[in-house]
Design a protein around this ligand. Structure first.
Ligand code: GRG
Length: 320
């Protein structure tokens, strides 16, 4: 049921998110996300280095990984949060692209034999399978400074204060107390008796931190008040855990063909997840409550936040 979208540069699937009914409010969200994705693909293409030179292989691997057909959820969150504060689209697209570069690096490295050891990503051979391990490490490494370079450039925002806030918040989100720390906990997880609180800490760092930055970055670009930034982080935190529960349900019950990645590994290994700790029904209930909380947090915002309000429940229906 993948929604195929032509982005101008290539064709990709907007995940395999359940196709909305024709009368559904989700139809509008789906359309808006598709239009946004075409712009995001264009921005990613412009900002990524072109292959070529003696080191062309690493640039080819960076492009291979980025243009593998991801949902572009995090960039969409940035564009939607930027919309709340009237941020020009060109600026928001730069922050959105930087975030997708970081997300892609994390997926490349996560798939490596020394990490999660997965051969399939986004329905295609993982980067280390398509190229080789060293090239995949370097491709991930290359995407990190590219993200920082894009955010630090004056085209992202004329104010150096805004740019340095973006850099600082991204650094915090993906460092030892964010994405990297979350991955460390995840690596240590097999064989450990994690409780619900431990799993939430792990997920908040591994998945949530980049979600939080995705939502907050639009507010930072819009020079929004601190309380707005805090709200958007809270929205992202609830959304991130709900999204992770959906991911764990896909792992436990989904098909690799639809998910475009290996499924069943976490479930079979007995790794603690909110699904294994709460059971299927308990996890679904928790995800629903989180989705409702995320929507409540957006109450001060008007109709500009309509897609952010629709996203939590929409994402719970996904199967990739
Ligand atoms: C290597 C430092 C380091 C971190 C890796 C991102 C990550 C941490 C691991 C990926 C494994 C995983 C299942 C993470 C939880 C949820 C998640 C990030 C899923 C992938 O995100 P989607 O569904 O992917 O947005 P697409 O392909 O649509 O971009």
């Amino acid at each position: 049921m993948a929604e195929n979208i032509s982005s101008g540069t290539r064709s990709f699937a907007l995940g395999s998110i359940t196709r909305p009914r024709q009368d559904s409010p989700y139809l509008k969200l789906n359309e808006s996300w598709s239009i946004a994705n075409a712009k995001i693909e264009q921005a990613l293409d412009t900002l990524l280095p072109r292959s070529g030179g003696l080191h062309g292989r690493v640039k080819a691997a960076m492009r291979y990984a980025v243009f593998a057909g991801g949902k572009r959820l995090r960039p969409f969150l940035t564009l939607q949060s930027a919309r709340l504060f009237g941020v020009p689209t060109a600026r928001a697209l730069r922050a959105a692209s930087a975030i997708e570069f970081i997300h892609t690096y994390s997926l490349i490295h996560d798939d490596l034999p020394c990490m999660d050891d997965d051969d399939l990503r986004r329905g295609r051979p993982a980067t280390h399978v398509k190229f080789d391990e060293a090239t995949a490490v370097l491709a991930g490494d290359g995407l990190i400074p590219l993200a920082f370079e894009v955010l630090a450039a004056p085209e992202t925002h004329p104010s150096a204060d805004v740019r340095s806030t973006l850099l600082m918040r991204l650094g915090g989100a993906i460092g030892a107390d964010g994405l990297v720390g979350g991955q460390m906990i995840d690596m240590l997880a097999p064989g450990r008796a994690f409780d619900i609180e431990d799993v939430i800490i792990l997920q908040r760092m591994k998945t949530g931190a980049l979600f939080e930055f995705s939502c907050e970055s639009g507010a930072i670009l819009g020079c929004a008040a601190q309380h707005h930034r805090t709200r958007l982080r809270e929205y992202a935190r609830a959304l991130g855990i709900a999204f992770q529960i959906a991911d764990d349900l896909i792992d436990a019950t989904g098909s690799a063909e639809r998910a475009g990645k290996t499924v069943g590994k976490d479930y079979a290994s007995g790794k603690a997840t909110l699904v294994s700790l709460l059971g299927f029904d308990g996890a679904r209930r928790k995800a629903r409550l989180l989705a409702e909380h995320a929507v409540d947090v957006l109450s001060p915002f008007g109709s500009e936040a309509e897609f952010l309000r629709l996203l939590p429940k929409y994402l719970l229906d996904r199967d990739s």
